[in-house]
Design a binder for this molecule. Structure first.
Ligand SMILES: NC(=O)c1ccc[n+]([C@@H]2O[C@H](COP(=O)([O-])OP(=O)(O)OC[C@H]3O[C@@H](n4cnc5c(N)ncnc54)[C@H](OP(=O)(O)O)[C@@H]3O)[C@@H](O)[C@H]2O)c1
Length: 231
């Protein structure tokens, strides 16, 4: 059956990969991005896919987030992919941390995915077994942290994971399922050219996990290949 998939940060990188994946399946895609007029890849896709809707959304802007239900016509959402993310300034170690930069990273990576999910909640309730997917990172894993540093990004994704866990528990009675993913080290602007896997490899494997997501897996933190990652 055709699904309605809503994706944030959909104009490039992993988000754009998800857009291409679900369009190829014939699903209806609402691709959210900060600057639709500059989203050339999405504009090209919209010329050949009538089931692609491009929507303005800055995930950290309250006004933009609150306009989302109207842009989506309050339609049922089967899959919400909170993908938009921000690494923050690179090479900033202990001794050089600045609160304002840290707050920006937390706003995009930790707070926004939950606020977007909250505004989409009535639309998620309209679907049967809706799925909320948060693109996190293994850098948010305490168990995996062997090298220190990356205070801003690590803490933002750890915070996201904590919130995602609560969300999964709180929405379980309504059979809305939630998952946090490490997408792999992916060749995007953020991952860089030396990254280990392509966007397509990451997206294909995550989409398979999303397809199979049920109550038994809701609330887990998974690698893109479906392996569980320790918190
Ligand atoms: N690539 C990797 O190796 C890797 C590894 C682990 C986790 N991740 C996670 O995977 C997700 C996607 O990353 P990526 O590699 O595709 O990164 P990317 O190529 O840098 O793309 C980031 C996306 O997020 C959007 N974005 C940033 N701030 C936003 C905001 N305030 N409102 C709306 N959109 C915003 C960007 O939009 P603009 O074009 O407008 O800036 C862009 O579409 C992120 O959550 C990231 O943390 C990536």
């Amino acid at each position: 059956m055709t699904k309605h998939v809503v994706i944030t940060g959909a104009n490039r990188g992993i988000g754009l990969g998800f857009v291409r994946h679900y369009l190829a399946k014939g699903d209806r895609v609402s691709a959210c991005c900060r600057q639709p007029a500059q989203a050339s890849a999405l504009i090209q896709l919209a010329e050949i896919h009538a089931n692609l809707n491009i929507i303005q959304l800055d995930v950290t802007d309250d006004v933009s987030v609150h306009a989302l239900p109207q842009h989506l016509n309050d339609a049922a959402i089967d899959i919400l992919i909170n993908n938009a993310g921000y690494y923050g300034p690179k090479g900033i170690g202990f001794g050089q941390l600045r609160a304002a930069e840290w707050q920006k990273v937390l706003a995009v990576n930790t707070i926004a995915p939950i606020m977007v999910t909250q505004i989409c909640y009535p639309m998620l309730q309209k679907a049967t077994n809706a799925k909320v997917i948060c693109i996190s990172s293994k850098m948010g894993s305490m168990a995996d942290n062997q090298s220190g540093g990356s205070y801003l990004y690590r803490s933002s994704k750890a915070g996201l994971n904590a919130a995602l866990k609560s969300l999964a528990i709180d929405l379980s009675s309504e059979e809305i399922y939630c998952l946090a993913f490490h997408p792999g080290w992916v060749q995007t602007d953020m991952g860089g050219p030396n990254a280990l896997i392509t966007v397509n490899e990451a997206v294909d494997q995550m989409a398979r996990c999303i397809e199979n997501l049920d109550a038994t897996q809701s609330g887990q933190f998974l690698n893109f290949d479906g392996q569980q990652i320790p918190w």
